[in-house]
Every structure is written in C-alpha cells, then in structure tokens.
Design a protein around this ligand. Sequence first.
Ligand SMILES: [Zn+2]
Length: 135
Amino acid sequence: MTANKQVRSELLQGALKTEYKTVYHLVKHYCRKHHLQVQSHANTLCHACSSLLAYAEFRLDRCPYGQAKPTCNKCPVHCYKPQQKQEMKTVMRYSGPRMLLSHPILAIRHLLHERRPVPKKPMANVSNRHIRKQQ
Ligand SMILES: [Zn+2]
C-alpha cells in the first residue's frame, strides 16, 4: 500500500469512509510523535501503524452494523483481536483529545455520534463488504 492511498479508503462508503478518515488522522498523529523520527512525507506512516490502519479498514468494511455503526467504544460487538485492540486503545488515548485541535470537525462529529443510541442488533446484510460485493 502506498502512502497516499492510506488517506482515503477505496473500499468504504459514507459514514464508514468518514470514520476511516478519522482513524487515519488519529494513527498518523500518534505515529508522528512516537515512531517517525524523520518527517519524510506528509502522509507516511511507519510499518506498524500502516498495518494497524489497514486492520481498521478491514474491520470497518466487515462491521455488521454497516452505515448504522455505533462508535467503537460503545459497540457491543468486540471485533478487534486483542493485540490490535490494545494498539488502537493506545493510539486513541494519545491522539483522541488532540484531534479537537488538529481536526475539530472530525472530532466533534465523533463526539456527537457517541451520544447516539447504539442499535439493538445489526440488521442482516448491511455491512459495507456485503453491499460492495453485490455491486
Ligand atoms: Zn507508527
């Protein structure tokens, strides 16, 4: 995966695409402060962070809630594997509060989203992946 492709997801649509963008900025911010010593390219991530971001995209694509996806910390489905879950938690803890300054619109959107009720149960066949495969 090349650096520029990471900014936008080619797979995701709608709210999931926006969520991916939010995650991208969170991971990028964390990577810049913790991993990358040289800021070679504006959109470059280290190998570990690239993998984590690719994993997040993979999970968003398969989220059974699809476009009705609740925010991850409210979600009753625990879809992340323990290792990635821990990595993402670390990233969120660091970058989350800083997003208000660097990307206020994405950050506020996420905070508002967090206050919405969680859908009781995912509907059948609404994941991004399912819809993508039908096209
Ligand atoms: Zn990194």
